[in-house]
Each structure stands twice: as structure tokens, then as C-alpha cells.
Design a protein around this ligand. Sequence first.
Ligand SMILES: Nc1nc2c(ncn2[C@@H]2O[C@H](COP(=O)(O)OP(=O)(O)O)[C@@H](O)[C@H]2O)c(=O)[nH]1
Ligand SMILES: [Mg+2]
Length: 371
Amino acid sequence: MSLNVGIVGLPNVGKSTIFQALTSAPAEAANYPFCTIEPNVGIVQVPDERIDKITEFVKPQKVIKAVMEFVDIAGLVKGASKGEGLGNQFLGHIRQVSAIAHVVRCFEDSDVIHVEGKVDPTADIEVINIELAFADLETVDKRLNNLGKVMKSHDKKLKQQAAIAKPVLERLKVALEDGKPARSVEMDDEEKEAISDLHLITLKDTVYVCNVDEDSMTEDSDNEHVKAVKALAEKEGSKVIKICGKMESEIAQLETEEEKSEFLADMGLEQSGLDQLIKTGYDMLGLQTYFTAGVQEVRAWTFKKGMKAPQCAGIIHTDFERGFIKAEVYHCTDLFELGTEAKLKEAGKFRIEGKEYLMKDGDVVHFRFNV
Ligand SMILES: Nc1nc2c(ncn2[C@@H]2O[C@H](COP(=O)(O)OP(=O)(O)O)[C@@H](O)[C@H]2O)c(=O)[nH]1
Ligand SMILES: [Mg+2]
């Protein structure tokens, strides 16, 4: 299963508009040979002021930024879990993604038809979440039915696993039947592990993306629709961001970074909604960035939170992990403060770390290895 964010929502809420804006400046495919790109799968560059700043200090010939994947999933409708509107197929796609960006229509526009007839974000979210919960319910029911057989088998290990899974599946069933997401059910690590292979949709981290009109984007206060979404999200511990799909597609057509910054400044905005969406997605996936910085190339590397130095070295090349000796590390914020490697050393900020070093977001690293 790859690490990606699926864009989900009712039809006509602006999913494809947002996806197209996200992927309008395609990441240079040559730098990312690992990605096979399908029409609804986009590789997106992760905006990161830190790499821009490192570049000012190091002045490399080449800069390679971190990337992540977004998937545009076709709109779900009421009854999807029963197969309405190609429902099962789309639900299958959602099961494959690692986190969810749920786009909600918060803009008024009589030219754009709303499938339910009026703009009502809480009701819209409910429609989708109930379909997702019912899809999960089916998965949970299937597993529960199977457990009976497993309990009767002679395989001790299987029986043991089933004994752990049973009570948590039963709790999940109660919540899902009530239309509540699986993430609302408390589970310990052992229980989470016991059901992890089910890939429950409503267990995935979710950000609600309020697609608002231009005015609501530039005003400080939220419109009523956004307020309603925030209230709902707070109850389930999900994140919320505001985006204006229409404006993002205009920004996406601008050629240079300068033009984009100017456009945002004119609107009184610090960063685009898209940038915020990408950063939130990256974070939901548990991803962090370390940098390698040389005059030939400054590059951002993506790792999973909690990885140690040798594993991180292995992301560059398996030889780096196999022959790992040590890592020379400093944090980018120390570079910004002190300016040169000599000063970093003087201040004791340039460190030699070993195999047990837990890598930090923003570390600048040089790995020493021997194969
Ligand atoms: N007024 C307005 N229209 C939008 C916005 N975002 C998308 N639309 C329009 O809404 C319609 C549906 O958008 P689309 O992205 O295809 O929705 P999808 O079905 O969720 O993928 C299109 O006509 C878009 O131009 C927005 O922020 N404001
Ligand atoms: Mg679409």
C-alpha cells in the first residue's frame, strides 16, 4: 500500500478542480522514477520554506524537493455502500489510500448544481460518512462471521489472534451500525494490530477541506458553512482547512513563483490553501523530511516519523544502510542562525550520531558508510 491521500466527497463539490490545481505543476518525473502516474493519481511537490533557505546558504547546482501522492476519487453518492453509482468500485479505491481529504462544498453558486439541492456541509458530510461506515460494517461483519470457523480450528496461534480480534470487532460493529467512524472506537495497540489488515476506511486520518468562495477565503472570520464543519470535525478529532478551488485553479495557471506570491499578497493571504492541504496531508501520513546539502545538489528526503539514522540512510541507497557507520548531523534552524559549518562546529551544533539516532524533521545529514 503506497502512502497517499485520497480526495473524497459528493459529486460537484470541487474535488477535480482542487486535484487539477494540485497537479498543474507536475513534479519532474525524471527525479521520481518510482512513480507510475495514472490520470487520477498525482505526484505533488511538498512546499517547504526550509529547503529554499538552505539553498540560499549552499548555492547548489540542483534542488530536489520532497513529493507526495494525491488520488482523485470519483464522487460518492447516497447508497454507494449498496452499489449505487459504481459505489463499490469507488469504495475500493478509498480503501487503498492511506489518508483522506474530504472535500465539502461551502460555496454558493447557482450555476453549479448541488446533488442534494442545497449547500449544507454537515448533511453532506453525514451522507459520505454513513456510506463509509456501512462499507466498513460489511468488512467487519465478514470478519466476524469468519471468526467462528477460526475459533474451531486446531491452529493455536490463529485462535489466539481471533480471541484478540473478536471483542474489538464487536465494538466496531456497534459504532459502525450507528453511522459512527471506526476511529471513534478506543483500541489499544494489540487490538489495532489485530484488525489492521481490514484497512477500514473510517479508521483513516481525515482532513475536511472546505471549498469556499473567494470572499470567505480572504475574510478573517469563517462563513456559517465553515463554522459548521469545524464544529463537526472537532467532535471527531479531525482537521479542517479552507480552500477556494476556483482561486487555486487561477493561481495554478500563473507561471512563476513570484507571480503566485504576488497574487496571494494581493488577496491578503500568506499561503495558498493548496500548500496548506499538501502540508496537512504529509503530516497525516506521518511523514517528515531530512535534507542532504552539497554544492552539487540540495535534496529533501522523506522518512516515516520514528525512523533511526541507518533506516533513513537506506532511503538514499540500501548500501548506505548496510554499511552505515555514522551520521554527521545538524539541524537546519541552527544553520539559519549561525550561517556556516565552521560556526556550527564551534557552537557544538554539528554532531556525530550513531545507529540509534532518532532522526528529526529538518535535520541536515551526511552519512558515512562502508561497503
Ligand atoms: N464558484 C465556484 N465553483 C467551483 C469551485 N470549485 C469548483 N467549482 C465548480 O464546480 C463544478 C464541479 O467541480 P469539480 O471539480 O468537477 O467537482 P467534483 O465532481 O467534486 O470533481 C465545476 O463547474 C467547477 O468549476 C469554487 O471554489 N467556486
Ligand atoms: Mg471529479
